[in-house]
Write a protein that binds this ligand. Structure first.
Ligand code: GLN
Length: 484
């Protein structure tokens, strides 16, 4: 086994035992990047020299008797999260070369725990997309099949983990952007409860839905990353004071006493047969582990796509107003007056998907339409949340496919926004409800990974992480790696 193939917890054990150094581990990952990055296109920015310096400091700290939850672990960061020492572009031309003056809370927490930040990963522009094709800079290719998308919008992070170009990564999930790329790339992706992880320094797309999530090879690593980045932050008023789930070293392979619901709306027509088969097989495994499986209904699921696309675009239209060519990033050259600076910067530097959403959101918020669209969407959002609350009165968690299909071909949906939006059917409603969820690899269909989604109650990451970890103890889908 190569060092770049290790999980985070395996690498930590090796580092602690002195089997290899953080410099050796980082070098192995950097060599892997050199070898495969031209095929995957996962990174927008790489900082190999800085990474090696931090690794050397980690080795020194360890030699001095120190330890840290992630001391010497090389990670990748979605390019939507502010890092003081590297550009933060959000996959957009409007922030080309933009350097933020501060680190996001999640970044300072990673650094404090001793993590090594290798670089910034590709994303759909401002996280608006499901394939990473809406990045203004480059395409990212799915490591399992280079002609296919890695999913999105955290496609760069998912591809980097799958290809061994980092040991773990951060992404953001507003409507599925951690879980869906995790499913497409055969890795594990955790979307914590809204409020669990600070959003300070995470560029806002839709503030009432955005949440930072973790991508790694298994659920144990996701749990470890959450324990470092999560928890209350005075800089984010929506972050919760509740304690983080206590991480258990080892778990009994036994889920007796858990009731798991299958929401019938997620097993409807349109599900790719191979995906359904793999997910049903995983459900069988949970039943064998002692969990009771019951049928449930989330009746407002069919409104999730329109509700999400009204609320998220409304919030995006307000959040993205700040990118005006004056305060951040690049501005249009040779403009005659301030209005032309605004107009030209925004027309020339936002891509088509971002413009589409700003227009849609502005329309939904405008006088005369506000009640019909935005207010109505907020009311339906409450109904969706109530569906979840009702299901969790009897269930510990819900099991669904993460995406109705496996990774689709590059170019297949980019000119058909509706087809792209409908593909997010299984992930969007969780963000509207604010609950937590995790996607774990559960099989393959035509050689491509399939993700099982485990949906949890608010602040009950402990339950879904336990389920995912126990599932991964008795299966090895998460161990499968693409050949590159
Ligand atoms: N794919 C969804 C969208 O296009 C979700 C994106 C996200 O979670 N950032 O908005």
């Amino acid at each position: 086994m190569q060092l770049y193939e290790l999980t985070i917890h395996e690498a930590l054990a090796g580092l602690r035992a002195g089997s290899f150094s953080a410099v050796e581990l980082t070098q192995a990952v950097l060599e892997r990047i050199e070898h495969v990055e031209s095929a995957t296109g996962a990174y927008l920015h790489l900082a190999p020299q800085a990474a090696l310096q931090v690794a050397a400091r980690a080795d020194q700290a360890r030699a001095d008797g120190q330890d840290g939850a992630l001391l010497g672990i090389p990670l990748a960061i979605k390019d939507l999260i502010c890092t003081q020492d590297m550009p933060t572009t959000c996959g957009s031309r409007i922030l080309e070369g933009f350097m933020t003056p501060y680190d996001a809370t999640v970044i300072s927490r990673l650094r404090k725990a001793g993590a090594i930040i290798l670089g910034k990963t590709n994303t759909d522009e401002f996280a608006m997309g499901s394939s990473t094709e809406a990045s203004a800079y480059q395409l990212t290719h799915n490591p399992w099949d280079l002609t296919r998308v890695p999913g999105g919008s955290s496609g760069g992070s998912a591809a980097a983990v799958a290809a061994g170009e980092c040991l773990g990564a951060l992404g953001s999930d507003t409507g599925g952007s951690v879980r869906q790329p995790a499913a497409f790339c055969g890795v594990t992706g955790l979307k914590p409860t809204y409020g669990r992880v600070s959003r300070w320094g995470v560029v806002a797309y839709a503030s009432s839905l955005d949440q930072v999530g973790t991508l790694a090879q298994d659920a144990q690593d996701c749990e470890l990353l959450l324990s470092v980045i999560g928890g209350y932050d005075p800089n984010d008023a929506t972050s919760s004071q509740l304690p983080l789930p206590a991480s258990e070293e080892s778990l009994e392979p036994n889920l007796r006493g858990m009731t798991l619901g299958l929401p019938k709306e997620f097993f409807a027509a349109g599900l790719q047969p191979g995906v359904e088969q793999a997910v049903r097989c995983a459900i069988e495994t949970f039943s064998e582990l002692g969990a009771e499986i019951v049928k449930v209904s989330l009746p407002h699921t069919r409104y999730a796509v329109p509700t999400y696309y009204l609320i998220s675009t409304a919030e995006a239209s307000a959040n993205l107003a700040r990118f005006d060519g004056i305060r951040y990033g690049k501005s249009a050259e040779k403009a005659d007056d301030i209005w032309e600076v605004f107009r030209r910067t925004r027309s020339e530097r936002f891509g088509p998907e971002v413009k589409r959403r700003i227009m849609l959101g502005t329309y939904a918020l405008s006088a005369g339409y506000y009640d019909a669209y935005y207010k109505k969407a907020q009311q339906v959002r409450t109904l969706i949340k109530q569906d979840y609350d009702r299901a969790f009165e009897t269930c510990t968690a819900l099991l669904t496919p993460t995406s109705p299909t496996t990774a689709f071909k590059l170019g297949e949906r980019i000119d058909d926004p509706l087809a792209m939006y409908l593909g997010d059917l299984c992930t969007l409603s969780l963000n509207l409800a604010g609950n937590c969820g995790i996607s774990v690899p559960c099989g393959s269909a035509d050689g491509l990974p399939v993700g099982l989604q485990i949906l949890g109650n608010t602040y009950d990451e402990a339950a879904i992480l336990k389920m995912a970890r126990v599932y991964q103890q008795v299966t090895d889908w998460h161990r499968a790696r693409p050949v590159l």
